[in-house]
Design a protein around this ligand. Sequence first.
Ligand code: HEM
Length: 510
Amino acid sequence: MEFWSISSALLAIAVLAIGYFAYQLWLSPFRDIPGRLLYRLSPIPSRLDALLGRLANACEEDYYEFGDIYVTGPGVVVISNPDDCRAVLSTHKYTKNKFYQAFALIEDNIFTTQSADLASLRRRQLKHTFSHAYLSQMEPALLKRGILALEQRWDNLIANSGNPRAQIQYEAEFARMSIDVIVALGYGQSLHILGTSHEQVARWVHDYNVLAMVKLIVPFACTWPFSLLISALLKSKSEFVASVTAAANMRREQLQAIKAAGQKRPVDILQALLDGEDPESRAKMTATQVVAENIAIIVASTDIVAQTLTWTLCYIMLYPDTYHRATEEVRNAFPRRHIINYGEAKARLEFTEACLFEALRIRAATGVFLPRIVPKGGATFQGHFLPAGTELGVNVAGANHHQPTWNNPRRFTPERFLDNEKAKQDVFSFSLGARMCPGKNLALFEMLPTIANLLKDYDFTLPADALFTPDRLDTHGNPTVMPRSHRFTSVGPTYPDRDCQVIIRRAAEY
Ligand code: HEM
């Protein structure tokens, strides 16, 4: 009896499995879309790619193997054709998928929301924050906490090395700088008063990302008794929320004193969030919303700016002609003691800016796919009809390497952006349309002066034992680039301590 019930159960499972595989292979609406067999049959391979940090490599390599459209899981389709990507991203119709909800650890916010109304409301409330006018007012703080503090640190390292030079791990340097900048803008002056260090905030951001990932894999992880298993992460989140709340409260109190004394209001992200008003409804954000958005901004921006700067320096070092051309451009345009700001760099450093855009294109720190859901009525891409509810990945790496759009896309060629504003619009790294990165201008205000001033003020060389050098070519004849991994929301080097070493020396006076 027992034998028969076990074998019937096994038989039922076998029939179901065969039925499932037959459906995926011959009946599913995705059967004619290219893709790997295993990925078509099970979500596990692509989840493993994500878990093991292989997503960025997969996105780029799969584009080269399968082209504009491919299947990466049962009911999951990835697109790379720039026109298709634009069509999806330009509208709110293709909502973000549930991945983002895992990051809504305080409440739904500009980054996590699937609601077009909330996303649009926040953009209206924050429009002023990321405008060139407001960014220009924030720029002194940005330069002080960013490039000037970094140079001060590097000069100290050189001075303490007993040599005219020092060896640095630049990924860690950029990570430190970008957290300092966003913390300065998000907390204002209150950080030191609160007794919180920047390292502490970096740890909170890390834990926040880990907690979101845990919630993504185990949606009920935050409820008792499972929450006991992740109590350290939950404690870290509460501390993060408490510190951002305290900063906002402190600012509200300061404002009264500032007003009474007739002084100027502070200019930073915290103030912009407190002041942010929808010009249509006059709605402002509640106290909790201010905290949720401030944390969303801190989390969304920290790693990505650091990783973009890391890839930019990495590529410049692998292409000596590019390094010399950019350095020459900066040093010819500005005197040695001048601090280059964004407007000056934008106006006079076309090639240096092109290096940044080319790094954003060739190895986007967001170079995975942006997950969306096909709306009611379905949609057709590359001749394939995708029914409503299909998970759609907009492949940033694929679009950035799209072969008909980019000549020799695997080669780092900043020249492609010279006198070519349109080419910049074809880079998908900040996304575009309805949910485009609202921090793009802030990121550029931070990154371009950083690269420009560093090239002006330091000579860079790779250490003698560097593994990745201009003469170590890959199978395509281009310098081999250090390996990358996808972590949380950004793509960075897999072995930064090994691969991101560079020797810096103060540039001679000129
Ligand atoms: C190199 C730097 C940056 C890159 C490449 C980048 C890229 C992106 C991309 C691709 C998205 C779309 C994500 C998606 O749809 O899944 C995004 C969204 C977002 N970014 Fe950035 N970002 C950068 C810097 C920043 C900075 C500095 C801030 C903060 C001020 C910021 C805040 C945000 C926010 C709040 C969203 C969510 C917008 C929405 O969904 O409506 N980012 N970013």
